[in-house]
Design a protein around this ligand. Structure first.
Ligand SMILES: [Fe+2]
Length: 295
């Protein structure tokens, strides 16, 4: 067993002129990892198992699959980072995890467009406003949206079977800060279970399911960017989200419409859903002036 000050010896090897933030972060990481090893006392085989777990996690990750984000999400670390970086002081909409299925370059679409590019699913119309904390509308706000299909898969998980850009789109609010688009109902889904994270969840006796949701990244000049979801009220997994992302303020009623006249007015032949939400962006200046609070 190394001497009691072994950790100090390791930390002392850092140079004198390195970036101070890097020194702070690496001091913390090395100290905590040493503390874990002293507490757990892993065997050589167990430590090699840990190394191989991280090795396989990296090997699984590529441009369209991000097993490390999934690991961070399912350990609750992503939500902890989110909480530290998104303390809402002026009534802004709450944020939640980005998740592993974001893809840049979604198609820019006119308001009202349908982001569902494959048949199937229950029609759903989403709408609302983007506002400043004082209630004034934010015109030209950018909404980047994406969600799973009716089988619980994102298009980046099924590049061979789902159309390009399916269930993704970028919209901009009109002069009154309004946004609206058409899609299908999202469905609850298990996070990928065929990799290291799935193995770990099973080993810990945890399920992999997330409640149905629609992802949003909303941005506008002069305001803080907002990464969040809208969750479908009534979903079975709202209380046990595998990535701990649910916040009460983000749970929305998706209202089912079965009236024949309403269905006809929408040009449909089957019942449809509507959901509305008022997003509030905080001014860009708030984050810099906000005092740190305990999470
Ligand atoms: Fe998601």
């Amino acid at each position: 067993m190394p001497t009691a000050n072994f950790t100090d010896i390791v930390l002392s090897r850092m140079g004198a002129d390195i970036d101070p933030r890097l020194r702070e972060v690496m001091t913390s990481i090395i100290s905590h990892v040493h503390a874990i090893v002293r507490e757990v006392e892993p065997t050589q085989e167990e430590w090699f198992q840990a190394i191989m777990f991280l090795t396989r996690t990296g090997q699984l990750s590529d441009d369209v699959r991000q097993e490390f984000i999934l690991l961070s999400d399912t350990m609750g670390v992503s939500m902890l980072v989110d909480a530290i970086n998104n303390r809402k002081g002026q009534g802004g909409t709450e944020s939640t995890v980005l998740g592993p299925f974001y893809a840049a370059g979604s198609p820019e679409l006119p308001l009202g467009a349908n982001i569902a590019r494959e048949p199937g699913g229950q029609p759903c119309f989403l709408s609302g406003h983007v506002r400043a904390p004082d209630g004034s509308p934010i015109a030209g706000a950018r909404l980047d949206v994406w969600h799973s299909n009716s089988h619980g898969f994102y298009n980046v998980q099924q590049l061979d079977t789902q159309p390009s850009g399916n269930l993704r789109g970028v919209f901009h609010t009109d002069a009154d800060g309004r946004w609206w688009f058409r899609s299908i109902m999202p469905s609850s889904y298990p996070v990928p279970e065929d990799g290291t994270v799935g193995n770990l969840l099973r080993a810990m006796g945890r399920h992999a399911w997330r409640p149905a949701h629609v992802h949003f990244i909303i941005s506008a000049p002069g305001f803080q960017s907002l990464t969040t979801h809208l969750f479908v009220n009534g979903d079975t997994y709202l209380d046990s989200d595998a990535v701990f992302g649910v916040k009460d303020s983000l749970i929305v009623d998706f209202v089912r419409h079965m009236d024949a006249r309403e269905i006809a007015e929408r040009g449909l032949s089957e019942p449809f859903y509507t959901a509305e939400y008022e997003f509030v962006l905080e001014p860009a200046t708030v984050a810099a002036s906000r005092e740190a609070v305990a999470v």
